[in-house]
Write a protein that binds this ligand. Sequence first.
Ligand SMILES: [Zn+2]
Length: 286
Amino acid sequence: MRHAIGVDIGGTKIRTALVSDDGAITASRVTATPMTAAELCVAIDTMIAEIDGGRALSIGIGVPGRVNASTGKIFSGGFVDLSGPPFAKRLTQVRGRPVYIDNDAGMALMAEAKFGAAKGLPNVVLLTIGTGIGGAIMADGRILHGRATAGQLGHISVDANGAPCLCGRRGCIETTSSGTALRRLMTNAGLADSTSVGDLLHFNDTRGKSILRDWAQPLRAAIDSLVAALDPDLVVLGGGLGEAAVRALADFPTLSPWYQCTVAAAELGDNAGVIGAAVASLESPP
Ligand SMILES: [Zn+2]
């Protein structure tokens, strides 16, 4: 059995795990995400040293933001700016093992397609619904990279006159259907911060229904466009709000007989990132 180390850099936590090629986690560590890239390198290296045991053949790192997986270059790092120092190179030198870097959603999709909700399916689209919206596409069993950064599915625009997005366009689903967007819809409707999507789904009033409609309908439009473009076997929704989004979408089925595709919740939860990163590093050419 082969082992690799998977690292998942999140906004608040970094997860690290020693993973076997059947997707089982042998050892793991979690720590708070440091504020600077230099501190992040030290934290990752320390955690790897604790769980390595000399068994890992390679190291995979899932990074939020835009990444060129073939070169390891990070264009933007989300919460911590990793676009400067080539930290994959540094880790490779320190640890003596090849380091593979990709977008965190690509890593999560790898795990879900091997061991989770999309097990065995060759054509899968994943959207991660959290603070923002991430995404990844698997076509014929391979993660689609395009020239470098394919799969930025949070930036599918469903309204050319919609709210401005960080990417420079308007009406991207990150602005309408992310966790941040949902919180804004709830605040605008005068709901307390403690209100959850679960509460909304149980609300039997027009206010709850209208919030869920404003949140889920743009997401439905984007999913239908993805199905039209890619014709996947399955659409998987992950991230902290993935399961809630699947439930909310049930009230907004596709209106088109052409674009039918099952939408399912991710199954591997917080472990998808580290499992996918480890397995991707074993499968990627050095
Ligand atoms: Zn955008």
